[in-house]
Design a binder for this molecule. Structure first.
Ligand SMILES: Cc1cc2nc3c(=O)[nH]c(=O)nc-3n(C[C@H](O)[C@H](O)[C@H](O)COP(=O)(O)OP(=O)(O)OC[C@H]3O[C@@H](n4cnc5c(N)ncnc54)[C@H](O)[C@@H]3O)c2cc1C
Length: 416
Protein backbone atom coordinates (compact mmCIF):
# COMPACT_ATOMS: atom_id res chain seq x y z
CA UNK A 1 0.00 0.00 0.00
CA UNK A 2 1.40 3.41 -0.93
CA UNK A 3 1.02 6.10 1.74
CA UNK A 4 1.64 9.84 1.55
CA UNK A 5 4.54 10.74 3.80
CA UNK A 6 3.66 14.31 4.59
CA UNK A 7 0.36 16.03 4.12
CA UNK A 8 1.50 19.40 5.42
CA UNK A 9 3.75 21.79 3.54
CA UNK A 10 5.64 23.31 6.47
CA UNK A 11 8.99 24.68 5.29
CA UNK A 12 12.12 25.46 7.28
CA UNK A 13 11.19 29.16 7.17
CA UNK A 14 7.96 28.35 9.05
CA UNK A 15 9.90 26.66 11.84
CA UNK A 16 11.76 29.75 12.97
CA UNK A 17 12.03 33.51 12.54
CA UNK A 18 14.66 36.11 13.43
CA UNK A 19 18.30 35.00 13.56
CA UNK A 20 20.16 32.74 15.96
CA UNK A 21 23.96 32.99 16.40
CA UNK A 22 24.66 29.71 14.57
CA UNK A 23 24.45 30.72 10.93
CA UNK A 24 27.98 32.17 10.68
CA UNK A 25 30.54 29.56 9.77
CA UNK A 26 29.52 25.98 9.07
CA UNK A 27 30.17 25.02 5.40
CA UNK A 28 27.33 23.29 3.51
CA UNK A 29 27.93 19.65 2.66
CA UNK A 30 27.51 18.97 -1.10
CA UNK A 31 23.88 18.01 -1.88
CA UNK A 32 23.26 17.10 -5.55
CA UNK A 33 19.77 16.49 -6.91
CA UNK A 34 18.62 12.88 -6.85
CA UNK A 35 19.10 11.92 -10.50
CA UNK A 36 18.47 8.13 -10.47
CA UNK A 37 16.47 5.49 -8.71
CA UNK A 38 18.62 3.93 -5.98
CA UNK A 39 18.79 1.07 -3.52
CA UNK A 40 20.50 1.25 -0.12
CA UNK A 41 20.55 -0.35 3.33
CA UNK A 42 19.18 2.71 5.12
CA UNK A 43 17.49 5.88 3.89
CA UNK A 44 17.39 8.82 6.29
CA UNK A 45 14.74 11.47 5.54
CA UNK A 46 15.85 14.82 7.02
CA UNK A 47 19.40 16.13 7.50
CA UNK A 48 19.10 18.23 10.66
CA UNK A 49 20.90 17.22 13.84
CA UNK A 50 18.72 14.09 14.16
CA UNK A 51 19.36 12.83 10.63
CA UNK A 52 23.06 13.70 10.94
CA UNK A 53 23.42 11.69 14.16
CA UNK A 54 21.56 8.77 12.58
CA UNK A 55 23.88 8.97 9.55
CA UNK A 56 26.94 8.83 11.81
CA UNK A 57 25.61 5.82 13.69
CA UNK A 58 24.43 3.85 10.66
CA UNK A 59 27.64 4.44 8.67
CA UNK A 60 29.60 3.40 11.77
CA UNK A 61 27.85 0.06 11.66
CA UNK A 62 28.88 -0.38 8.02
CA UNK A 63 25.56 0.30 6.30
CA UNK A 64 25.15 1.79 2.84
CA UNK A 65 23.35 5.02 3.81
CA UNK A 66 21.47 7.59 1.73
CA UNK A 67 20.33 10.87 3.33
CA UNK A 68 17.81 13.22 1.70
CA UNK A 69 16.71 16.72 2.61
CA UNK A 70 14.44 18.97 0.57
CA UNK A 71 16.07 22.12 1.96
CA UNK A 72 19.46 23.14 3.43
CA UNK A 73 20.68 20.58 5.99
CA UNK A 74 20.57 21.98 9.51
CA UNK A 75 18.53 25.04 8.67
CA UNK A 76 15.30 23.72 10.15
CA UNK A 77 14.74 23.60 13.90
CA UNK A 78 18.40 22.71 14.40
CA UNK A 79 19.41 26.26 13.48
CA UNK A 80 16.94 27.72 16.02
CA UNK A 81 18.01 25.53 18.93
CA UNK A 82 19.69 26.98 21.99
CA UNK A 83 21.44 23.61 22.09
CA UNK A 84 21.59 23.03 25.82
CA UNK A 85 22.39 19.32 25.99
CA UNK A 86 20.57 18.51 29.20
CA UNK A 87 20.06 14.99 30.50
CA UNK A 88 17.43 16.17 32.97
CA UNK A 89 14.08 15.59 31.29
CA UNK A 90 11.40 18.29 31.00
CA UNK A 91 9.24 16.23 33.36
CA UNK A 92 10.80 15.90 36.83
CA UNK A 93 11.66 12.33 37.86
CA UNK A 94 9.05 12.63 40.64
CA UNK A 95 6.27 13.27 38.08
CA UNK A 96 7.52 10.69 35.62
CA UNK A 97 7.65 8.08 38.41
CA UNK A 98 4.06 8.92 39.44
CA UNK A 99 3.01 8.27 35.88
CA UNK A 100 5.06 5.23 34.88
CA UNK A 101 6.47 3.87 38.14
CA UNK A 102 9.93 4.46 39.57
CA UNK A 103 11.89 1.84 37.58
CA UNK A 104 10.65 2.95 34.19
CA UNK A 105 11.06 6.65 34.98
CA UNK A 106 14.59 6.08 36.34
CA UNK A 107 15.48 4.11 33.20
CA UNK A 108 14.54 7.07 31.00
CA UNK A 109 16.60 9.46 33.14
CA UNK A 110 19.65 7.16 33.14
CA UNK A 111 19.39 6.69 29.37
CA UNK A 112 19.27 10.45 28.95
CA UNK A 113 22.38 10.90 31.12
CA UNK A 114 24.22 8.23 29.11
CA UNK A 115 23.11 9.92 25.89
CA UNK A 116 24.79 13.24 26.76
CA UNK A 117 27.93 11.37 27.87
CA UNK A 118 27.85 9.34 24.64
CA UNK A 119 27.34 12.41 22.48
CA UNK A 120 30.18 14.40 24.06
CA UNK A 121 32.56 11.41 23.81
CA UNK A 122 31.60 10.85 20.18
CA UNK A 123 32.27 14.47 19.26
CA UNK A 124 35.61 14.48 21.07
CA UNK A 125 36.76 11.07 19.78
CA UNK A 126 35.97 12.04 16.20
CA UNK A 127 37.26 15.57 16.63
CA UNK A 128 34.05 17.03 15.22
CA UNK A 129 33.30 20.76 14.97
CA UNK A 130 30.51 22.32 17.07
CA UNK A 131 32.34 23.67 20.14
CA UNK A 132 30.90 21.01 22.42
CA UNK A 133 31.65 21.71 26.10
CA UNK A 134 30.71 19.63 29.14
CA UNK A 135 28.82 21.77 31.65
CA UNK A 136 27.09 21.54 34.98
CA UNK A 137 23.39 22.23 34.95
CA UNK A 138 21.65 24.38 37.51
CA UNK A 139 17.98 23.52 38.00
CA UNK A 140 16.52 26.46 39.88
CA UNK A 141 13.49 26.69 42.14
CA UNK A 142 11.02 28.97 40.37
CA UNK A 143 8.97 30.06 43.37
CA UNK A 144 9.48 30.84 47.05
CA UNK A 145 10.00 27.21 48.16
CA UNK A 146 12.60 24.63 47.18
CA UNK A 147 10.65 21.70 48.71
CA UNK A 148 9.80 20.18 45.30
CA UNK A 149 13.47 20.29 44.32
CA UNK A 150 14.50 18.57 47.54
CA UNK A 151 12.03 15.73 46.80
CA UNK A 152 13.33 15.56 43.25
CA UNK A 153 16.92 15.41 44.48
CA UNK A 154 16.13 12.55 46.87
CA UNK A 155 14.46 10.51 44.15
CA UNK A 156 17.31 11.16 41.72
CA UNK A 157 19.77 9.88 44.32
CA UNK A 158 17.69 6.74 44.69
CA UNK A 159 17.92 6.31 40.91
CA UNK A 160 21.73 6.62 41.07
CA UNK A 161 21.75 9.98 39.30
CA UNK A 162 24.45 12.53 40.14
CA UNK A 163 23.82 16.01 41.58
CA UNK A 164 23.72 18.09 44.79
CA UNK A 165 20.96 20.10 46.37
CA UNK A 166 21.89 23.71 47.13
CA UNK A 167 19.72 25.66 49.55
CA UNK A 168 19.30 29.42 49.16
CA UNK A 169 22.50 30.21 51.08
CA UNK A 170 24.72 27.73 49.24
CA UNK A 171 23.28 28.72 45.87
CA UNK A 172 23.94 32.39 46.59
CA UNK A 173 27.45 31.66 47.84
CA UNK A 174 28.45 29.34 44.96
CA UNK A 175 26.66 30.94 42.02
CA UNK A 176 25.56 34.40 43.18
CA UNK A 177 21.97 33.55 42.22
CA UNK A 178 19.20 34.49 44.63
CA UNK A 179 16.60 31.72 44.40
CA UNK A 180 15.08 29.46 47.05
CA UNK A 181 17.32 26.56 46.02
CA UNK A 182 18.67 24.52 43.12
CA UNK A 183 19.96 21.12 42.05
CA UNK A 184 23.42 21.34 40.52
CA UNK A 185 24.34 18.35 38.37
CA UNK A 186 27.36 17.30 36.30
CA UNK A 187 27.10 15.64 32.90
CA UNK A 188 25.34 18.23 30.73
CA UNK A 189 26.90 19.97 27.71
CA UNK A 190 26.35 22.73 25.18
CA UNK A 191 27.28 23.07 21.51
CA UNK A 192 26.77 24.93 18.24
CA UNK A 193 24.06 22.70 16.75
CA UNK A 194 24.47 23.74 13.12
CA UNK A 195 28.22 23.17 13.01
CA UNK A 196 27.76 19.89 14.82
CA UNK A 197 25.08 18.66 12.40
CA UNK A 198 27.15 19.60 9.37
CA UNK A 199 30.31 18.06 10.87
CA UNK A 200 28.44 14.79 11.38
CA UNK A 201 27.12 14.89 7.81
CA UNK A 202 30.60 15.50 6.38
CA UNK A 203 31.87 12.56 8.43
CA UNK A 204 29.08 10.25 7.23
CA UNK A 205 29.76 11.31 3.63
CA UNK A 206 33.47 10.57 4.10
CA UNK A 207 32.42 7.06 5.16
CA UNK A 208 30.44 6.57 1.95
CA UNK A 209 27.00 8.00 2.75
CA UNK A 210 25.26 9.83 -0.12
CA UNK A 211 23.36 13.08 0.55
CA UNK A 212 20.75 14.32 -1.95
CA UNK A 213 18.46 17.30 -2.44
CA UNK A 214 15.11 15.51 -2.65
CA UNK A 215 11.64 15.64 -1.13
CA UNK A 216 10.25 12.34 0.12
CA UNK A 217 6.54 12.23 -0.71
CA UNK A 218 5.23 8.70 -0.24
CA UNK A 219 6.36 5.31 0.88
CA UNK A 220 5.38 1.73 0.27
CA UNK A 221 6.45 -0.70 3.01
CA UNK A 222 4.66 -3.69 1.48
CA UNK A 223 7.66 -5.42 -0.13
CA UNK A 224 10.92 -6.84 1.24
CA UNK A 225 12.29 -3.32 1.37
CA UNK A 226 10.55 0.04 1.77
CA UNK A 227 10.16 2.03 -1.43
CA UNK A 228 10.18 5.78 -0.92
CA UNK A 229 8.78 7.94 -3.71
CA UNK A 230 10.06 11.49 -4.31
CA UNK A 231 8.34 14.61 -5.63
CA UNK A 232 10.32 14.41 -8.90
CA UNK A 233 9.20 10.83 -9.55
CA UNK A 234 12.39 9.05 -8.49
CA UNK A 235 12.35 6.17 -6.01
CA UNK A 236 14.71 4.77 -3.40
CA UNK A 237 14.31 1.21 -2.15
CA UNK A 238 15.79 0.83 1.34
CA UNK A 239 15.89 -2.03 3.83
CA UNK A 240 15.25 0.55 6.56
CA UNK A 241 13.89 4.11 6.48
CA UNK A 242 14.59 6.55 9.32
CA UNK A 243 12.19 9.49 9.55
CA UNK A 244 14.10 12.47 10.97
CA UNK A 245 11.91 15.27 9.65
CA UNK A 246 11.83 17.26 12.90
CA UNK A 247 8.60 19.10 13.60
CA UNK A 248 7.30 18.46 10.09
CA UNK A 249 5.62 15.30 11.20
CA UNK A 250 4.35 12.77 8.67
CA UNK A 251 0.77 11.80 9.48
CA UNK A 252 1.77 8.22 10.29
CA UNK A 253 3.98 9.44 13.15
CA UNK A 254 1.65 11.87 14.87
CA UNK A 255 0.96 10.78 18.41
CA UNK A 256 -1.57 11.61 21.10
CA UNK A 257 1.19 12.70 23.50
CA UNK A 258 2.57 15.43 21.25
CA UNK A 259 1.69 19.14 21.31
CA UNK A 260 2.98 22.16 19.39
CA UNK A 261 4.23 25.33 21.05
CA UNK A 262 6.55 28.26 20.38
CA UNK A 263 9.64 29.46 22.20
CA UNK A 264 11.61 32.72 21.98
CA UNK A 265 15.31 33.36 22.62
CA UNK A 266 17.93 36.11 22.60
CA UNK A 267 21.75 36.14 22.55
CA UNK A 268 23.54 39.12 24.08
CA UNK A 269 26.68 40.77 22.74
CA UNK A 270 29.84 38.97 23.95
CA UNK A 271 30.54 39.71 27.63
CA UNK A 272 33.05 37.07 28.82
CA UNK A 273 33.74 39.13 31.97
CA UNK A 274 30.13 38.71 33.14
CA UNK A 275 29.58 34.95 32.84
CA UNK A 276 28.27 33.09 35.92
CA UNK A 277 30.29 30.26 37.49
CA UNK A 278 31.50 27.74 34.89
CA UNK A 279 28.86 28.87 32.39
CA UNK A 280 26.47 26.29 33.86
CA UNK A 281 23.27 25.55 31.93
CA UNK A 282 20.41 27.17 33.82
CA UNK A 283 16.75 26.20 33.78
CA UNK A 284 13.83 26.23 36.17
CA UNK A 285 11.46 23.92 37.98
CA UNK A 286 8.39 25.37 36.25
CA UNK A 287 6.19 24.31 33.36
CA UNK A 288 7.09 27.17 31.03
CA UNK A 289 10.61 27.54 32.26
CA UNK A 290 13.32 30.06 31.50
CA UNK A 291 16.53 28.54 30.09
CA UNK A 292 19.98 30.10 29.78
CA UNK A 293 23.48 29.20 28.64
CA UNK A 294 26.65 30.91 27.50
CA UNK A 295 28.80 30.51 24.39
CA UNK A 296 32.59 30.03 24.09
CA UNK A 297 32.76 33.66 22.88
CA UNK A 298 31.03 34.93 26.03
CA UNK A 299 27.50 35.57 24.82
CA UNK A 300 24.60 34.86 27.15
CA UNK A 301 21.68 33.08 25.52
CA UNK A 302 18.38 33.10 27.33
CA UNK A 303 15.10 31.62 26.13
CA UNK A 304 11.58 30.84 27.25
CA UNK A 305 8.30 32.75 27.32
CA UNK A 306 6.81 29.64 25.65
CA UNK A 307 3.26 29.66 24.35
CA UNK A 308 1.06 26.81 23.18
CA UNK A 309 -1.45 29.33 21.79
CA UNK A 310 0.75 31.47 19.53
CA UNK A 311 1.97 28.91 17.05
CA UNK A 312 1.27 30.38 13.60
CA UNK A 313 4.68 31.44 12.19
CA UNK A 314 3.63 35.06 11.46
CA UNK A 315 2.07 35.65 14.86
CA UNK A 316 5.04 33.99 16.59
CA UNK A 317 7.59 36.08 14.71
CA UNK A 318 5.66 39.36 15.20
CA UNK A 319 6.20 38.86 18.93
CA UNK A 320 10.00 38.62 18.67
CA UNK A 321 10.61 42.30 19.69
CA UNK A 322 8.22 42.12 22.66
CA UNK A 323 9.39 38.71 23.86
CA UNK A 324 13.04 39.77 23.48
CA UNK A 325 12.44 42.71 25.76
CA UNK A 326 10.83 40.47 28.36
CA UNK A 327 13.68 37.97 28.14
CA UNK A 328 16.18 40.80 28.63
CA UNK A 329 14.28 41.88 31.77
CA UNK A 330 14.24 38.31 33.05
CA UNK A 331 17.98 38.06 32.43
CA UNK A 332 18.51 41.26 34.42
CA UNK A 333 16.49 39.76 37.31
CA UNK A 334 18.38 36.45 37.18
CA UNK A 335 21.86 37.86 36.70
CA UNK A 336 21.93 41.59 37.41
CA UNK A 337 25.54 42.17 36.28
CA UNK A 338 24.72 41.01 32.72
CA UNK A 339 24.68 43.63 30.01
CA UNK A 340 21.45 43.29 28.05
CA UNK A 341 22.57 44.59 24.66
CA UNK A 342 21.04 42.02 22.28
CA UNK A 343 22.84 40.79 19.13
CA UNK A 344 20.42 38.00 18.12
CA UNK A 345 16.70 37.51 18.69
CA UNK A 346 14.67 34.66 17.32
CA UNK A 347 11.67 32.38 17.75
CA UNK A 348 10.94 28.80 16.84
CA UNK A 349 8.40 26.01 16.81
CA UNK A 350 9.02 23.86 19.82
CA UNK A 351 7.06 20.63 20.06
CA UNK A 352 6.64 18.94 23.41
CA UNK A 353 5.21 15.66 24.66
CA UNK A 354 2.99 15.38 27.72
CA UNK A 355 5.48 13.05 29.43
CA UNK A 356 8.63 14.82 28.24
CA UNK A 357 9.83 11.66 26.44
CA UNK A 358 10.66 11.34 22.74
CA UNK A 359 8.97 9.31 19.99
CA UNK A 360 11.54 6.73 18.91
CA UNK A 361 11.24 3.36 17.24
CA UNK A 362 9.26 1.33 14.73
CA UNK A 363 6.33 3.13 13.10
CA UNK A 364 3.26 0.95 13.79
CA UNK A 365 1.90 -0.66 10.64
CA UNK A 366 4.92 0.31 8.51
CA UNK A 367 7.50 -2.46 8.54
CA UNK A 368 11.05 -1.17 8.17
CA UNK A 369 10.15 2.48 8.93
CA UNK A 370 11.58 4.02 12.11
CA UNK A 371 10.75 7.32 13.80
CA UNK A 372 13.47 9.54 15.31
CA UNK A 373 11.73 12.47 17.03
CA UNK A 374 13.09 14.16 20.13
CA UNK A 375 11.07 16.89 21.82
CA UNK A 376 11.25 19.76 24.26
CA UNK A 377 14.38 20.83 26.08
CA UNK A 378 16.05 17.45 25.45
CA UNK A 379 15.51 17.44 21.69
CA UNK A 380 19.17 16.91 20.75
CA UNK A 381 19.94 14.54 23.63
CA UNK A 382 17.02 12.45 22.39
CA UNK A 383 18.23 12.72 18.77
CA UNK A 384 21.44 10.99 19.86
CA UNK A 385 19.45 8.38 21.77
CA UNK A 386 17.21 7.83 18.71
CA UNK A 387 20.25 7.23 16.51
CA UNK A 388 21.68 4.64 18.92
CA UNK A 389 18.38 2.83 19.53
CA UNK A 390 17.45 2.68 15.84
CA UNK A 391 20.99 1.61 14.92
CA UNK A 392 20.68 -1.20 17.47
CA UNK A 393 17.25 -2.22 16.17
CA UNK A 394 18.45 -2.38 12.56
CA UNK A 395 21.37 -4.54 13.74
CA UNK A 396 18.86 -6.97 15.29
CA UNK A 397 18.97 -5.74 18.89
CA UNK A 398 16.25 -4.43 21.14
CA UNK A 399 15.86 -2.29 24.27
CA UNK A 400 13.16 -1.78 26.93
CA UNK A 401 13.46 1.94 26.14
CA UNK A 402 11.65 1.27 22.88
CA UNK A 403 8.48 0.53 24.88
CA UNK A 404 8.98 3.70 26.92
CA UNK A 405 9.37 5.85 23.79
CA UNK A 406 6.85 3.96 21.61
CA UNK A 407 4.83 6.08 19.20
CA UNK A 408 1.54 4.51 20.29
CA UNK A 409 2.00 4.94 24.07
CA UNK A 410 -0.84 6.78 25.77
CA UNK A 411 1.49 9.06 27.71
CA UNK A 412 -0.52 8.78 30.91
CA UNK A 413 0.11 12.43 31.74
CA UNK A 414 -2.61 14.18 29.79
CA UNK A 415 -3.31 17.52 31.36
CA UNK A 416 0.29 18.29 32.29
C1 LIG B 1 13.92 28.11 20.34
C2 LIG B 1 14.30 26.66 20.49
C3 LIG B 1 15.15 26.27 21.51
C4 LIG B 1 15.51 24.93 21.65
N1 LIG B 1 16.39 24.61 22.63
C5 LIG B 1 16.83 23.35 22.73
C6 LIG B 1 17.86 23.04 23.65
O1 LIG B 1 18.36 23.92 24.38
N2 LIG B 1 18.29 21.77 23.72
C7 LIG B 1 17.78 20.78 22.91
O2 LIG B 1 18.23 19.63 23.00
N3 LIG B 1 16.81 21.05 22.01
C8 LIG B 1 16.33 22.30 21.91
N4 LIG B 1 15.39 22.60 20.98
C9 LIG B 1 14.84 21.50 20.18
C10 LIG B 1 15.82 21.08 19.09
O3 LIG B 1 16.24 22.23 18.39
C11 LIG B 1 15.13 20.11 18.14
O4 LIG B 1 14.73 18.97 18.86
C12 LIG B 1 16.09 19.67 17.04
O5 LIG B 1 16.72 20.74 16.41
C13 LIG B 1 15.33 18.86 16.00
O6 LIG B 1 16.26 18.52 14.98
P1 LIG B 1 15.78 17.68 13.76
O7 LIG B 1 16.98 17.31 12.97
O8 LIG B 1 14.93 16.56 14.24
O9 LIG B 1 14.82 18.66 12.94
P2 LIG B 1 15.23 19.78 11.83
O10 LIG B 1 16.47 20.50 12.17
O11 LIG B 1 14.00 20.62 11.58
O12 LIG B 1 15.54 18.89 10.54
C14 LIG B 1 14.52 18.20 9.85
C15 LIG B 1 14.86 18.26 8.36
O13 LIG B 1 13.95 17.43 7.65
C16 LIG B 1 13.75 18.01 6.37
N5 LIG B 1 12.51 17.44 5.83
C17 LIG B 1 11.26 17.52 6.39
N6 LIG B 1 10.38 16.84 5.63
C18 LIG B 1 11.09 16.32 4.57
C19 LIG B 1 10.72 15.52 3.44
N7 LIG B 1 9.47 15.12 3.24
N8 LIG B 1 11.71 15.17 2.56
C20 LIG B 1 12.99 15.59 2.75
N9 LIG B 1 13.38 16.34 3.80
C21 LIG B 1 12.44 16.70 4.70
C22 LIG B 1 13.70 19.51 6.66
O14 LIG B 1 13.99 20.26 5.51
C23 LIG B 1 14.73 19.65 7.75
O15 LIG B 1 16.00 20.08 7.25
C24 LIG B 1 15.01 23.94 20.78
C25 LIG B 1 14.16 24.33 19.73
C26 LIG B 1 13.81 25.67 19.57
C27 LIG B 1 12.95 26.06 18.42
Amino acid sequence: MIRRLDSDDTEQADLHGGSSPWFAAAPHPPRPLLADNLTCDALIVGAGITGALAAERLTRQGLDVVIVDREHPGRGSTAASTSMLLWEIDRPLVELAECYGFERAARAYRASLEAVTGLTSLVRDLNLPGDIRTRHSLYLAAGSSAAALLDEHRLRRRAGLPGDFLDHGRLLESYGIARAGAIVSPGAADADPLQLARGLLHLAISRGARLFDAEAAAFDPAGKSVTVGFEDGREIAAKAVVLATGYVMPDIVRSSVQAVSSSWAIATAPQPQNIWKDGALIWENAENYLYARTTPGGRIIIGGEDSSEIIAPDARDRLIPEKSLRLALRLAALWPIAETEIDHRWAGTFDTTSDGLPLIGPVPGANGVYAAYGYGGNGITFSYLAAQLIGGLIAGGTSPLLDDFALDRDGGMAGH
